[in-house]
Design a protein. Sequence first.
Length: 161
Amino acid sequence: MRLIDLIEKHDDESILMGMGLSYNVVEEREDYRRVLGILRTTQPETGSRMRLCIKLIANDEDGWYDVSGHDGTMRRDVEVDYDLEYLPWEDWIGMEIEEGTLASMQEVEIIVHSLWNMTFVSFDPNDLQWVDGANEKDGVWSCPLEELPDGFLDDFLDELG
């Protein structure tokens, strides 16, 4: 099952309710509704080996959901987790969802956590184009600060608190 299959299966209101419960989304509801419309009319990229994986990471205070990609690459007998925030949205919606994720989470939860990560940078998929100039080394992506979109670093630091 691919992410687009889940998005097409569930209505906006169910997904937006999940966004509100999981991430306290209120002011951004219409932004997420617009994103869902874009995703439903976007042709998914289905040629990738990358699979969508969502895991609950528990710690002493609060847990959080790690949304990452797996492509079979192993390092020290553990499959490598890849950040997906900067992937084009057509890649996101075309990815297969790992069986473990499907078995451990409700479908709307998978959509909600994926949307949260997809829109980490922007509600506009065109804002992700700068990543084409990024470099990968040992599975870590980097990009020179001067190539970041205007206001990106300030927004990121504001999010951190």
